[in-house]
Design a protein around this ligand. Sequence first.
Ligand code: HEM
Length: 537
Amino acid sequence: KEDQSGPDRISPTGGADGDRRQQGETLTTAQGARLGDTDHSLKAGPRGPVLLQDHHFREKITHFDHERIPERVVHARGAAAHGVFRANGAAENITSAAFLRKDVETPVFVRFSTVLGSRGSADTVRDTRGFATKFYTDEGTFDLVGNNIPVFFIQDAIKFPDIIHAGKPHPDREIPQAQSAHDTFWDFVTLHTEATAHTMWNMSDRGIPRSYRMMEGFGVHTFRLVDGDGKTNLVKFHWKPRLGVHSLVWEEAQIAAGVDPDFHRRDLADAIESGAYPEWTLGVQVFPDTPEQEFEGIDLLDPTKFVPEELAPVQPIGVMTLTSNPTNFFAETEQVAFHPGHLVPGIDVTDDPLLQGRLFSYLDTQLSRLGGPNFGQLPINRPHAPVNDMLRDGMHQTAVHDGVAPYKPNSLDGGCPFTAAPGAGFVDVPVPIESTTKQRTKPSSFDDHFSQARLFYASLSEVEQQHLAAAYSFELGKCYEQPIKERALEVLARVDATLCEQVAASLGLPVPSVDDAESDRPAPSAALSQIGQEWPV
Ligand code: HEM
């Protein structure tokens, strides 16, 4: 019956007043005993030795010794803020999610991050950025755990350790900290060519955003929305920044990484503190939920593909405004735990194999990062909806549950008066499955690795294309292994002949010959005219 929740118990900055450790006028031990001196250890005489019986000394040092927790295995460096999401009601006819009804306001906590650098790495490196939003809705917490790039490197979560091992610093010297500029990353993405489109977005100006406030966000995967009658639609989520999409140029990014490694987190905190609240429109692209789960020939279950906005416009469903900075980085930004499986009634997942793997990975990693199964009780992770689960005990349990029968069915505790909520609770949408033969495989539609890279390249302006060629030249120029550079040129030849020639010239290598049918295939007609443009809110 423990109600761990309730907006009344959570302050606007996420801290629960009941948990405050700073009360009263005087300094105390952790047990509340008032302290007369915290500057000198207890010694046998002025020159020591220090006595083992000095509890205050041991408590202070022991606690300090245990101040760090493991950093996230990816997205370790981040900055976050609190805010509010206000729905405009446009999604009411496709989802029963209550927080998307007109004018409903929902508190949010957003964490932006780089993917590959460690907690102390620089902000402005070339990398994908995380864009994770926790909506504390009245129906439970909904997490939209996205990135600033709408496609991903891999199609199947079983490859996630491979791409991350290839991109993280080398195991011997632990360099470099940035995503690219080393052989293992380029080795992987040129052997595993489904990574081509994401790599191209990284090498474009999108890989070096000007500010977190000027980034788009994408749910990447296709989700399934369900209305009150059980009718479903497939959607992709998009965040559009009110300030428009802007990037640094490479020289700026490099200088900022040296002169001010906190460039992005400072920019976010300063903007909020000065009242220039960052804002994003949340929008959805809506697709009919057909058995094929594809749209205009694009497989909606393939996370290496996006759907051009000319084919499916992004329809605004609400606005998010970030209004306050965290009070305590560790308590909030470091301990927040997002999970793509934190869903509310009206929003469900699809069979995208990358998303399916993520549904396992986040809770699993948080069990070790946050020390056991009770991190949902931390103030920043507490739902704002009433919680009444039958989860009990475990490391760091802080709730005092009453009753004797945390199981169902039971005849004690009044037969456990709390019932399931048929019709009102979360419904797993009944979707037919295609095959009942288990196999390690993928659909043939996943074999197309280059059309979206071509589409993206064709959508860039001339100067953006120059930046992209310069980025490939710079990063590949840092590779030691010539065969990796040659293979990268073969990949580029399949995307665009001119791009390949420019990078080959810069690397001093010959232009590879590519199968004509591949290299001459035109980019799909729908170019991405929205890229780099301001989005009207
Ligand atoms: C963390 C996004 C794919 C495992 C994160 C974070 C974001 C994110 C934004 C940082 C959350 C925060 O700020 O705390 C994405 C996107 C993906 C993707 C958009 C693909 C579309 C995957 C896959 C796996 C994975 C395939 C594993 C199979 C993790 C793990 C963390 C993480 C282990 C650390 C979580 C923590 O320690 O709390 N991801 N990710 N991600 N992601 Fe992903």
